[in-house]
Design a protein around this ligand. Structure first.
Ligand code: ADP
Ligand code: MG
Length: 634
């Protein structure tokens, strides 16, 4: 019997294939099962137009069996089979896909066949030292055997086979140092792999499984009877066949979706929202997505891996395809199934796949719309969502130089000082008095403290609302947005808020000119810590306050300081503002009148430190501050 050589280019390809296209050896089973499923599809499809083919859809199936002694794993299908020519053509040439030809020949028909690349079969050599294929084609009365040990070539010999279909037998490789091949001979491994990759193949995938049961208790058993066990085998269907996402939404109970979510994504709380989507046209896919009900414990760490499970016609290609989700929706879990993707796709080629990009864009819009709908119609759930993942949305606005702000802005929620609850930006705008020009916000760690800041009370006293932003990302997010529907965001500590009356303004200007020399002295005493000292007529009962000038606010300075190696030199430009109506201002003036420089120096330092404390900023020298206070008490 002559050894037939693989076509030259096939040899190289086979080598490449076995060693690199698939990094993951276990997928060989998925590939062989998909081929068997395609073969069943083809036979069924032919039977529709050829009355001589007497097969019903229910009779088509795929059967697995293992024999540990001979280290063999066999797959049998009663699909269309292969003639001698087809064995030669399809298995003798790598990258020759019979399925592709079949599709081309039957172009107008709606057939949904998995294979189209022509390399999947060879993945068997990743785990097998020898592969034997015995096949009998539909309409043929002879069977042929194809056999190969890999790169050297293959043999083709006549064989005996009573029924139409294909039997593939793999001799599983011996275990190597770092490679455990033997587990592919375990029933539970095979059952797990079928569940993982091939659960939604439309034909039953069966296997006899060894089980154990208690023997019936004999009638005459005495008191000292100990239960006895026996092993038996039972034919089991390993796959569940119809994927939940392929079922009509109205036929699926909410609990079924929830159960699916919890099992598949290992969560113990129900999802907040289930999103189903089926599209045709530029991107043909079915998606079943979930918004989780709580933050995964590792969500805000590097360990968390975003992604959706990706299926091609019911066969899993990838457990977590990150390219399907933008980072700002990385919390979404789910499944995407597309007929337009080929099975033999690797991570590298996927990234370039234009189909995938279309799906991603379409999903992005869908997710955005669903979240917005939830915000409008299901506020309690949305707030739960927001507490769990709002931070990620804010990062999404801030990231990529604000490229996604238009998409994400109306998902935002902030705590309202006036209403004491979370509100959206649209809600803020709706309640804005006519004379209000900006959207005011205060940034800092604690919501409670923010509302008490001098400028916060000023804004509120005008009847305006104020967003209390207590997350470190908030201000960065608002700054990159700049405005919402043309209303500018304004930090209440950004200096000129434009909230004084004309009278107050005039009085302040006068007071500033009047006390010019005093302010110079204070500025000098503070030795570069503030850029300017001025009067602020709106401080009410606070003696002093700090504001900042330019793009970097004091709160941002605080955030940046916390970042490793980033805080250096990142300082806000501060202005010390004094309340001209406060007793302390009088004390300053008095000291200045008698030229008591030592006192002015101390007061300046004290007031500056107090202002820092009010803003929640760290004191440069807490010990010196404490000593100053004590000195005053003496
Ligand atoms: P693909 O499935 O991408 O076409 P494969 O390398 O997986 O490529 O398979 C090559 C070809 O061999 C298939 O297209 C099909 O024509 C044929 N083939 C493989 N397995 C079977 C099978 N079990 N029954 C019938 N034909 C098969
Ligand atoms: Mg295939």
């Amino acid at each position: 019997m002559a050894m037939r050589q693989f076509k030259a280019e096939s040899k190289k390809l086979l080598d490449l294939m076995i060693n690199s296209i698939y990094t993951n050896k276990e997928i060989f089973l998925r590939e062989l099962i998909s081929n068997a499923s395609d073969a069943c599809d083809k036979r069924y499809f032919k039977s529709l137009t050829d009355a001589s083919i007497d097969i019903k859809k229910e009779d088509l199936q795929i059967h697995l069996s293992v024999d540990k002694d001979s280290r063999t794993l066999s797959l049998s299908d009663n699909g269309i089979g292969m003639t001698k020519d087809e064995l030669e053509k399809n298995l003798g040439t790598i990258a020759k896909s019979g399925s592709q030809d079949f599709k081309a020949e039957n172009q107008n028909e709606n057939i949904d066949i998995i294979g189209q690349f022509g390399v999947g079969f060879y993945s068997a050599f990743m785990v097998a030292s020898k592969v034997t294929v015995v096949s009998r084609a539909q309409g043929s009365n002879e069977a042929w055997q194809w056999e190969s040990k890999g790169v050297e070539g293959y043999t083709l010999t006549p064989a005996d086979k009573e029924t139409v279909g294909t039997d593939i037998t793999l001799v599983i490789k011996e275990d190597a140092e770092n490679e455990d091949y033997s587990h592919f001979l375990e029933e539970y491994t095979l059952s797990d792999l079928v569940k993982k990759y091939s659960d939604y193949i439309r034909y039953p995938i069966t296997m006899y499984r060894e089980k154990s049961r208690q023997k019936p208790k004999p009638e005459d058993a005495g008191d000292d009877y100990k239960p006895e066990y026996e092993t038996y085998t039972e034919l089991e269907t390993l796959n569940s066949m119809v994927p939940i996402w392929k079922r009509d939404k109205k036929d699926v109970k909410p609990e079924e979706y929830n159960e699916f979510y919890k099992n598949k994504f290992m969560d113990y709380t129900d999802p907040l929202r289930v999103i189903t989507s089926r599209t045709e046209g530029t991107a043909t896919y079915t998606a079943l997505l979930f918004i989780p009900g709580q933050t995964p414990y590792d969500y805000y760490t590097k360990e968390y891996e975003k992604g959706l499970a990706l299926y091609a016609s019911g066969v899993m290609i990838m457990e977590k395809c990150g390219d399907l989700l933008p980072d700002y929706f990385s919390f979404v879990k789910g499944v995407v199934d597309s007929e337009d993707l080929s099975l033999n796709i690797s991570r590298e080629t996927l990234q370039k796949d234009s189909q995938l990009k279309l799906i991603r864009n379409s999903l992005e819009k869908k997710i955005k719309n669903e979240l917005h709908a939830m915000q409008v119609n299901d506020r309690d759930k949305y707030e739960t969502f927001w507490k769990a993942f709002g931070r990620q949305i804010k990062f999404g606005i801030y990231g990529d130089y604000g490229m996604h702000k238009d998409l994400l802005a109306d998902l935002l929620m902030f705590y309202s000082a006036k209403e004491q609850k979370l509100i959206t930006l649209d809600e803020y705008l709706e309640k804005m008095p006519e004379d209000q020009k900006c959207i005011y916000f205060a940034a800092g760690d604690e919501v409670d403290r923010l509302g008490k800041l001098p400028n916060a009370q000023l804004v509120l006293s005008k009847g305006y609302d104020l967003l209390l932003c207590s997350e470190d990302v908030d201000e960065f997010c608002l700054q990159i947005m700049h405005d919402y529907k043309e209303k500018e965001f304004k930090n209440i500590n950004s200096g000129d808020l434009g909230l004084e009356t004309e009278e107050e303004k005039k009085a302040a200007e006068e007071a500033t000119t009047e006390n010019k020399e005093l302010f110079e002295a204070i500025k000098k005493a503070l030795n570069g810590k503030v850029k300017d000292v001025k009067v602020n007529p709106t401080l009410q009962d606070h003696p002093v306050s700090l504001s900042s000038e330019g793009g970097l606010s004091m709160e941002m300075e605080k955030v940046l300081r916390k970042m490793p190696a980033n805080g250096e030199g990142m300082e806000s430009t501060k202005i010390l503002e004094l309340n001209p109506n406060h007793a302390v201002f009088g004390a300053l003036k008095a000291a200045f009148a008698v030229n008591d420089t030592a006192k002015i120096d101390k007061y300046a330092e004290l007031l500056y430190d107090q202002a820092l404390l009010i803003e929640g900023l760290p004191l440069e020298d807490p010990v010196a501050y404490a000593q100053l206070v004590c000195e005053l008490m003496k």
